[in-house]
Design a protein around this ligand. Sequence first.
Ligand SMILES: [Zn+2]
Length: 61
Amino acid sequence: MFKSFFSKFKKDSIKKFSKDPVCGMRAGDEISSVYKGQTYAFCSGYCKEEFEKNPEAYIAK
Ligand SMILES: [Zn+2]
């Protein structure tokens, strides 16, 4: 029971895995922002605000 729950959770995590471009942490999909047609996810509202202040600084590699 626990095992099946865990594998479902793990599968969902991989599917929805996104990296917070501001701090580099793993981000959920509750907090996100769309910039130039791309959706970026954040770990917190703070990171989202930082990203929206200057998106280019975070997506440029
Ligand atoms: Zn963050």
